[in-house]
Design a protein around this ligand. Structure first.
Ligand code: PLP
Length: 287
């Protein structure tokens, strides 16, 4: 439906502003992303990018699961779809809800976070699968994007990992399924993204071996950008997909999770507002 018809139909010609989504375009986009990835990848949608129920329903049959950051987001995910729950400041109620809903894993973001998850797990007498979210101490070489290596509220500082691992190995209520590395926002450089994935993989394998873990998952988060300013110079998904395929031999049975947010939905929606007036304002030159 074109925008004029939409306005006429929905609002009888009244001035309007609205978010308009093309769900067919969203489905096709998600399917083409999924098809481009190697079989060791799982494509998740980061619900925070847009939690509208119709978008989630449209994506449900294509994506492998949903990344959620609150109980509210958990409630919006279509029934029985896999979820990963991560947030630096979880409420006790949210940890309990995530366990009750059987999320695939909860992100551990600090030693305190770990203690709280372990306590809730013990109260419920269940073993809880976790991904340890790590804030790497170094950035990707030659990257123009700060992907890690800066203090943030997100994740365990890489230097604190031994302390967190010591606690984990000492509790029976936590099982480490893997590591999580979301560390950037709106990255437009696909080659840097591939180098970031290589770094994550290398680190995850070192920790797996050092702590003798049987981890299955390396979650690289999202962070793939939209070039709002120069759409012709967009993130080159083909380069990322090619780079991921080239990592096959290094995967050693690990699964790579991508939690794509804005890159999934941005192109399928528009903010439409009707122009009701145009003013011309003369500016005075100031000397
Ligand atoms: C843990 C996590 N995963 C995925 C995303 C999605 O990021 P993006 O919209 O940049 O793909 C975010 C965004 O903040 C995030 O915090």
């Amino acid at each position: 439906m074109n925008v004029e018809k939409f306005i006429e139909k929905q609002l009888g010609g009244e001035p309007v502003c609205a978010y308009v989504y093309d769900l067919g375009k969203l489905r096709n986009h998600a399917e083409s992303l999924k098809k481009s990835l190697p079989s060791f990848c799982r494509l998740y949608y980061a619900v925070k990018a847009n939690p509208d129920g119709r978008l989630l329903q449209t994506l449900a049959s294509t994506v492998d699961g949903f990344e959620v950051a609150s109980e509210g987001e958990m409630e919006k995910v279509p029934l029985n779809r896999p979820m990963l729950f991560g947030a630096p400041a979880k409420k006790d109620r949210e940890i309990a809800a995530a366990i009750d809903r059987g999320v695939e894993a909860i992100n551990v973001e600090s030693l305190h976070d770990l203690n709280r998850i372990a306590l809730t797990a013990e109260k419920k007498q269940v073993e809880v699968p976790v991904l340890i979210r790590v804030n790497l101490s170094s950035d990707v070489p030659e990257s123009h994007h700060m992907m890690s290596g800066v203090p943030t509220q997100f994740g365990v500082d890489e230097r604190d990992l031994p302390q967190v691992m010591e606690k984990i190995l000492d509790t029976s209520w936590i099982s480490v399924e893997g590591f999580h590395f979301h560390a950037m926002s709106n990255n437009l450089d696909a080659r840097a993204h591939v180098r970031f994935v290589e770094l994550c993989l290398e680190k995850a394998k070192i920790w797996r071996d050092r702590y003798e873990l049987s981890v299955s998952t390396v979650d690289i988060g999202g962070g793939i950008g939209i070039n709002y300013w120069q759409p012709d110079d967009a993130f080159d998904w083909g380069i990322l997909a090619y780079g991921l395929h080239s990592l096959e031999a290094q995967m050693e049975g690990l699964t790579l999770v991508l939690e794509i947010g804005r890159y999934m939905t941005a192109a399928c929606g528009s903010y439409v507002t009707e122009v009701v007036d145009v003013k011309k304002i003369m500016t005075r030159l100031l000397h």
